[in-house]
Design a protein around this ligand. Structure first.
Ligand code: PRP
Ligand code: URA
Length: 214
């Protein structure tokens, strides 16, 4: 059966992303390799999702003469990992965009209700002029992503994009229902959720695999 298509969703099919994701999914992949792969995939995704950022002219001097170059317009991009697992994506993207600021949103999913519980929120000032990239490897029921984006919007964020490594159809639909204006980028759109809200085939518990807990 063909996977569902969503107007808010872009699946990044670059061969390197797909290759690394396959290793990431493998249950035998060590914590050390998992961490490195999450960063590498996030970096490759950042390259793709920044393709349409507006540029502005800037005057510079080469060793030989004055010229006009182009730089990304507006205030610095802001990365907002959802704790914990989103932290794994920050370093890779920061290597590509060293000037990016980093905010943090603390949320965990209650194991029984699957509802997000929030415990931390801190973003850099100047929200109005920033573009926010919310980072979380997993978009499952979508509860955490929807809550994180809602919190950002309440704080005044005008432009938000959501980056994940693996998404479930339910999560993409939840984002579409709650935040139609927020593009969702993923390396894979998986089949479904199991009864405990885990993505199938998925990659398991991203936070536990990243930090070696459990
Ligand atoms: C995981 C994941 C997302 C959330 C996705 O975090 O990193 O934040 O679950 O599920 P949802 O789409 O159904 O909300 P978790 O709650 O396990 O917290 P952790 O990162 O602190 O382990
Ligand atoms: N959170 C995870 O870490 N993995 C899933 O499959 C779903 C939610």
């Amino acid at each position: 059966m063909a996977p569902p298509s969503f107007p808010n969703l872009t699946v990044l099919a670059h061969p390197l992303i797909q290759h690394k994701l396959t290793i990431l999914r493998d249950r035998r992949t060590s914590t050390r390799d998992f961490k490195q792969l999450v960063n590498e995939i996030a970096m490759l995704m950042a390259y793709e999702v920044t393709q349409d950022l507006p540029l502005e002219p800037v005057d510079i001097e080469t060793p030989l003469e004055k010229t006009t170059g182009r730089q990304v317009a507006g205030k610095k991009l802001t990365l907002v990992p959802i704790l914990r697992a989103g932290l794994g994506m920050v370093e890779g993207i920061s290597q590509l965009i060293p000037s990016a600021r980093v905010g943090h949103i603390g949320l965990y999913r209650d194991h029984d209700t699957l509802q997000p519980v929030d415990y931390y929120f801190k973003i850099p000032s100047g929200e109005q002029d920033r573009t926010f990239f919310v980072l979380d490897p997993m978009l499952a029921t979508g509860g955490s992503a929807v809550a994180a984006v809602s919190a950002l919007k309440r704080a005044g964020a005008p432009r938000v994009r959501f980056l994940c490594l693996v998404a479930a159809p339910a999560g993409v639909q939840a984002m579409l229902d709650a935040h139609r204006d927020v593009p969702v980028y993923t390396a894979a759109l998986d089949r479904e959720l199991n009864a405990k809200g885990y993505i199938l085939p998925g990659l398991g518990d991203a936070g536990d695999r990243l930090f070696g807990t459990r």
